[in-house]
Design a protein around this ligand. Structure first.
Ligand code: SF4
Length: 311
């Protein structure tokens, strides 16, 4: 049912089937900040967010975006000579600037001959009408998706992690994006403080019921110099065990409709910043564990949806 012997709709396989070649996402830093860090909403940021605004794999922010693209493409070309690229604006809130700056930045990155699309990570409260119109224009010219950091549907957790927007804002923005046929990828974090397995799966079920293009599942990482690391040091939070996480991811995949693309199933934390859980640095073993658990259950993405629909 799915390509590449996977039991789920992996974005890599989806893009390969659309473009006929390997498509690689290049993480970029467009020099943005975030209203949750610059004092507009708060100075503290989300409790898990690193000092690079969750863009720890991007190149230094003072380098022009064109140069960031050139250097990464040059490095990757020997491995993927016929590969194409998606410019991924990852660090901080990538629509948090004036419209002219955004227009220039997005069009500049698209002008690179090897770039075939754009992925833009942002907050749902940072998409004004004029920005939505710019995205609508871009959407007609290229492959585009917007990534929204929802993390959880539960208000008590949203407050605890200092997300600084309510679920209604996410719902309204998703509606606006869908109205313009702009694809949305939703980020969830598994293992947020005090969330039970049921609550985590309620968040999954919620987004499974929405019209979205993709999902990114992150494991909660405790990174150095974050508010979360202080809570961790004080024994106020703990992180998930590997087998618990793997089981949760498989439970989530079973709930997600098969047409939703899966963009990530593990966190990707920089080793030099990661405090816990250390097992997550072996990404391959986590992904293999998810594949093995799906096989053990004789399961695949959407299996529970099928059951619900057939009842
Ligand atoms: S919204 Fe994103 S960039 Fe801003 S503090 Fe939260 S995780 Fe960090």
């Amino acid at each position: 049912m799915f390509s590449d012997n996977k039991q789920y709709n992996a974005i890599g396989s989806y893009l390969k089937s659309q473009f006929g070649c390997k498509i690689i996402k290049l993480s970029l830093d467009g020099g943005f900040t975030c209203p949750n860090r610059d004092g507009t909403l708060s100075n503290d940021g989300c409790i898990f967010c690193s000092h690079k605004g969750s863009g720890d794999f991007t190149v230094p922010r003072d380098i022009h975006v064109q140069k960031q693209l050139d250097s990464q493409i040059e490095r990757l070309t020997p491995k993927w000579p016929s590969g194409k690229y998606i410019a991924y604006f990852q660090s901080y809130t990538n629509t948090y600037a004036d419209i002219d700056t955004l227009r220039q930045l997005f069009y500049e990155s698209l002008s690179h001959p090897h770039v075939i699309g754009l992925a833009i990570a942002t907050r749902p409260d940072c998409l004004s009408e004029e920005i939505l119109e710019l995205l609508c224009e871009l959407n007609q010219k290229t492959t585009l998706w917007i990534e929204l950091g929802l993390q959880t549907i539960h208000e008590k957790t949203a407050q605890l992690i200092n997300r600084q927007y309510p679920i209604e804002t996410f719902d309204k923005t998703l509606e606006q994006l869908n109205k313009r046929q702009i694809k949305t990828v939703v980020h969830l974090i598994f293992g947020l403080p005090n969330e039970t397995r049921n609550e985590i799966l309620q968040s999954v079920q919620y987004i499974a019921s929405k019209d979205i293009f993709g999902v990114k599942i992150h494991l909660l990482h405790v990174l150095k110099d974050t508010p979360l690391s202080q809570m961790y040091d004080q024994g106020k939070v703990s992180t998930l065990e590997k087998d618990v996480y793997i089981n949760l991811v498989v439970d989530a995949l079973e709930l997600l409709p098969p047409e939703i693309t899966i963009h990530r199933l593990t966190g990707d934390a920089p080793r030099n910043l990661l405090i816990a859980p250390r097992w997550s640095t072996d990404k391959k073993s986590v992904l293999n564990g998810i594949d093995a658990e799906l096989k053990r259950r004789g399961s695949w993405q959407g299996i529970k949806q099928l059951r619900i629909n057939n009842e």
